[in-house]
Design a protein. Structure first.
Length: 407
């Protein structure tokens, strides 16, 4: 007997309805399933896909917008993002109040929201610097361990205020990784000089290599066409043999690059097999998503922020992220919608090095049974998934009922 059998599931890859059997966390059969399941779910022709993945979330900052106020977001969202550095400096004030207890409670709320909306994997950036200390790291590591097997949280030790700019942050990154952080972060563009940007990357790679960790950095997150830290990161990945193990988030200055330089950067990104996570909904500039995809670069979307100093909205709902970016990128044709959907499922999983996150026999059983019959309808309506399956187990069941009282 299978653990779960899903009947009458509409599958994107096949364009028709099939049954799925799940045993020991894996999809064991797609087709006509004769065996019974301990749990049987009739999808009734609704869309069944891989679960959603959020490869960029500042998890220690969630729900702090009303505490910190609006000044930072004004600078971050200002014309051409010229005030991005100022926004970071203003936002750092919240860290004077950091404590493991309230960060944990906020992050847990955001994690349960993610599960409700069908997201089973999150890359959580956690501020690790002389202001934040290790309070956020302790909170998110605790949450990661608590939800293990239900929601996969990869914790990134992230020096939000820089390494050279914030003496002491480097030591805290080492300590955070020793405590159990899954990835090494960075934000090289924030440093004052090109030499310091390169040194920032070098120092974070030293940690990553010592502990054999993947690297995820925020690069070129401002309206300055002279920023080149995405290139620096790709070159470092190639030289250090970290091919396929590095992600650059934002890379917003890319929108301002002249075409010859952009094409050179694309070549480097492909050689490094480097992922780009873009969040167009959280800032006026964004990476050149369409062009990167057309050149074969893996691009995913992230939520980035949930009600913090950089973005006042957000629900950890990746269908909402796809919907917003469909408008911002003018990706509204049916083929575009399929691409958008990949960017919050399989592309996002690749950017986190999540293996076998694919709906096929032998793939991991991380699935959503949507209250929709097509990708178009899913992105358009954004209804909650009827069921969320994580590691072969049912973890969420959503019900929605509206009663009209009309004579």
């Amino acid at each position: 007997m299978a653990d779960i059998v899903i009947r009458n599931a509409f599958l994107r890859k096949y364009g028709k309805t099939y049954d799925l059997s799940i045993r020991e966390g894996r999809i064991t059969k797609i087709g006509r399933v004769e065996e019974k399941g301990e749990l049987e779910i009739d999808a009734e022709g609704r869309l069944v896909t891989e679960s959603f993945v959020n490869p960029h979330l500042h998890m220690c900052k969630v729900y702090t917008f009303q505490i910190i106020g609006e000044e930072a977001v004004k600078h971050y969202h200002g014309e051409m993002m010229s005030g991005a550095m100022t926004a970071i400096e203003l936002a750092s004030k919240i860290k004077e109040r950091y404590h493991e207890s309230w960060i944990y409670e906020n992050a847990r709320k955001a994690a349960l929201e993610a599960l409700k909306h069908g997201c089973t994997h999150i890359r959580a950036f956690v501020d690790t610097d002389t202001k934040a200390r290790l309070e956020g790291v302790k909170a998110i590591l605790k949450l990661r361990d608590e939800l293990r097997g239900v929601l996969d949280i990869k914790v990134v030790a992230f020096p939000q205020d820089g390494i050279l700019r914030d003496p002491g942050a480097e030591d805290l990154i080492w300590r955070a990784v020793e405590m159990g952080c899954d990835e090494v972060g960075g934000i090289p563009w924030i440093e004052y000089t090109e030499r310091d940007e390169l040194l920032h990357i070098d120092k974070m790679f030293e940690v990553a290599k010592r502990y054999d960790k993947d690297v995820a950095m925020l690069t070129d997150d401002a309206g300055d066409a002279s920023l080149r830290t995405t290139e620096m990161l790709a070159v470092k990945a190639i030289r250090e043999g970290w091919v396929g193990r590095v992600t650059a988030c934002h890379a917003r200055a890319m929108q301002l690059y002249p075409e010859p330089y952009f094409r050179k950067l694309v070549h480097l990104l492909k050689e490094a097999d480097m992922n780009i996570v873009s969040d167009p909904h959280t800032g006026p500039l964004h990476a050149r998503v369409r062009e990167l995809l057309s050149h074969g670069v893996n691009v995913a979307f992230g939520q980035d922020d949930i009600a913090d100093a950089y973005y006042p909205y957000g629900r950890n709902k990746m269908l909402e992220v796809a919907f917003l970016n469909s408008h911002l990128l003018w990706m509204t044709a049916p083929a575009d919608m399929e691409t958008l959907y990949d960017m919050i499922t399989v592309n996002a999983a690749k950017s986190m090095n999540v293996k076998n996150h694919v709906l096929e026999e032998g793939g991991k059983a991380n699935l959503v049974i949507l209250n929709a019959r097509s990708v178009y309808e899913a992105i358009w309506i954004q209804a909650e998934p009827l069921y969320v399956i994580s590691n072969g187990k049912l973890v969420v069941e959503n019900e929605e009922k509206t009663t009209f009282h009309i004579k």
